[in-house]
Design a protein around this ligand. Structure first.
Ligand code: SF4
Ligand code: SF4
Length: 165
């Protein structure tokens, strides 16, 4: 076993080496680390190019949801009030984000790609009521509050499939 002063010097050497390395600290929330492309974050509902909603209120997403956090109430489209491209539309579409486990089953179950999970992860709120996202909230563009760091600053390893595709 080496004498204690030698161990201390070895410890100082480790600290000293760090002085010449680039810091990896990021100034969150001003700088945000880019997430992996397949990261599942905040949901989004989508429209067709003609402005009609893709969601037809079929509730397949709600049936697939293991956390039982999607509520869909459908209504019939009429000639005076056409909301979606199908026979019916979602009069009410809500997701309780406080229960969601971001598994992505709703996205997989949807036959019309009406709902997807995006990359936004800043969805914390002070009240649980504010975590119930309504249809209007889900149709809206997510708010980007601060700049997102460029992918070059992404210092975690590039996924294998991405580096080799
Ligand atoms: S991501 Fe999973 S838990 Fe969340 S709403 Fe979709 S199916 Fe439900
Ligand atoms: S989001 Fe898709 S699966 Fe869910 S109710 Fe709308 S059309 Fe059906």
């Amino acid at each position: 076993m080496s004498p204690q002063p030698v161990d201390s010097l070895k410890g100082f050497a480790v600290t000293f080496r760090q002085l010449f390395r680039k810091p990896i600290t990021q100034q969150y929330p001003e700088e945000k680390r880019a997430v992996y492309p397949r990261f599942r974050g905040r949901h989004r509902l989508w429209l067709h190019e003609n402005g009609l909603e893709k969601c037809v209120g079929c509730s397949l997403c709600a049936a697939a949801c293991p956390a039982d956090c999607i509520r869909v109430v459908a209504a019939e489209n009429t000639s005076d009030n056409r909301v979606s491209a199908g026979e019916r539309y979602a009069r009410i579409y809500e997701i309780n984000m406080s229960r969601c486990i971001f598994c992505g089953y709703c996205e997989l179950a949807c036959p019309f790609d009406a709902i997807t999970l995006g990359n936004e992860f800043e969805i914390s709120e002070y009240s649980r009521d504010d975590l119930i996202y309504t249809k209007d909230m889900l149709l809206a563009e997510p708010l980007k509050k601060v700049p997102v760091a460029s992918a070059e600053e992404f210092d975690t390893p590039i996924p294998y499939y991405k580096a080799h595709s």
